[in-house]
Design a protein around this ligand. Sequence first.
Ligand code: ADP
Ligand code: MG
Length: 664
Amino acid sequence: MGRIRVLPDQVANKIAAGEVVERPASVVKELLENSLDAGSTELRIDVESGGRRLIRIADDGCGMLRDDALLAFERHATSKLRDVKDLLSIATLGFRGEALPSIASVSRLLLETRSADENTGTQVEIAGGKLLRCDEVALARGTAVTVRDLFFNVPARKKFLRSDQTELAHIASLVTHYSLAHPEKTFRLSSGAGELLAVTPVGTLRERVFQVFGGHILEELVDLGTREQHLELPPPYVPPSEAIAEFRREPEEPSTQTFRLSGFVSRPQVQKGNRNSIFIFVNRRLIRDRLLLHSISSAYYNLMPPASFPFALLFLECDCNEVDVNVHPSKTEVRFRHQSFVHDFVRDAIRERLIETRPAPAFSPAANVQPGARMPYSEFSQMLVGQASPPVPDSDLPQPVNFGEGEGQAGMPVLPDFALRPAAGPAPRLDFSAPAIPLTDVVPSPVRLRMPETHGAFPPDALPVSDTSLGALSDLRPLGQLHQSFIIAAGRDGLWIVDQHVAHERILFERVLKQRAAGNVETQRLLMPLIVQLTPGQQIEYARIADELNAIGFESEPFGNRTIAVTAAPAAVGPADLEKVLGEILETAEAEFRGLSLEDVRRSLAASIACHAAIKINTRLDHAKMEWLLRAVAATDCPMSCPHGRPIALQYSMREILKAFHRI
Ligand code: ADP
Ligand code: MG
């Protein structure tokens, strides 16, 4: 007798189930998608013990007919597909007909459902894939699926589950983000006695973001509005033999496709160490996609440090012909038909919007977040490989400056041990997990004295409309410098602090790029050529970027073995800095340029030049210089951050000042 046998159905079921049902959150995902596909407007999710003991999802959707209720548990039984052709344009979230049988084979499942077309409902009970009963009962329209004791019959899989809290966090993140994709529906998620999410229908995504994350976080985000782009498609190729047989032609495909992007992204100053706060929906399906993640990173290129990521909530809508969703067992990956078009569209839409709105970083966000949204975990982003971001190398950060030394400290107390260091992760961060700490709570309440007149409320008409856009930079009045490094300025809408070095860096960076584009970079001839030795790696990169170096102002030519002679340099770079800048460029070239496009190399060169030519911190500026700097930075395309991604200006809004002084 041979050793190979066909596996009994029961075993085969469990193996397939392993793909779809990995953990409680995958059950929630499948059931939630079924409820959404059924056109429900109210979805109620209850879980116990992180979903191990109980998951129950009840909806008010179309329900199932009595005969379908049993058929739904057959493998590959689905109402959403008919033939192979349908696979090319899937408009529903589900389509494989695998979820219900898979879940039923690894749990104790109860289905209760009634279709609007029948007077009575159906109850189906299955345990470990075995049908226990199927009864006719009185039920309201809709469907409820109760899943108990997940993996009770697959101990090996049970062992891989994490703590209840972690499993619950996965579920909460999932439900929260599905609720964001459907602002017009009600979602309720409870765990035991506690409610983690409760949102009622609203008209816009903006209102839903407010419901879920609270107003303070909404202020940290930039609304993309709706961006649209049309893709012109070439006429379909018709072979000459068929062109004659006109009558055999299929109906023509549309000649343009429209792609629509909406959602929210964070200001460049909100910087996260991983991609867990990026949520991408394609036709309202939550997915993870390298292409779109790359679009987002490119949109923030030069606005954020290399290893940081924004918060993003993106909704891409397109014809279902344009995207293949049948790529991954858990349907979390997609493939676009026109990949580079989609990539560039998303990148440009985000970048243009960031440049248009010029969002300013503010102080101290406090949050009123739904408990479910505070759970920072996401099944989708966690699965991406290589997401752990390398720390920013120290050499990228300016050296600490000790203000205890140096000249021109007149009128300023000497602070011997005070060193100004850039925060390891740059300024204000959006922390969805932090509980809100209103300022008034941490200040002990003062003894109650009668308020004198002069302490009264600020006249309401004197309170300016708060303008948190960096457009406001152009109206600022410089008041002076703090530690000869930061310009303090007054605006109609509050107090501003501008980092003089990074502001100047941004101005020079854009100027160099503009000159480069126009082909009129200002250069200076060197009296003596500068001879630079290259490592073998640098020599290879030099050959690739030599033209770009020349075009940006470093005229150079090979000079013997692994040596180059630089005969001219960009005017902005002083002779003393020249060798350092070049050294830095070549060093970066070896480490990083290999993977970069020439466009990115150009930006990187411009950033190096700007950084060395910019006013240093710890430099006294007179009033006229400060005024010039503020005007010039206001006129740049991106006054939000320096080319290395650090913020340029912080605003302390009038409203916050008044609040802090208890004037409002
Ligand atoms: P799929 O979603 O891929 O079709 P499932 O196994 O998830 O496969 O579901 C099988 C079928 O059961 C669906 O095609 C649908 O007709 C029906 N069904 C499942 N859940 C619901 C629900 N909540 N409301 C109405 N019908 C449902
Ligand atoms: Mg399904």
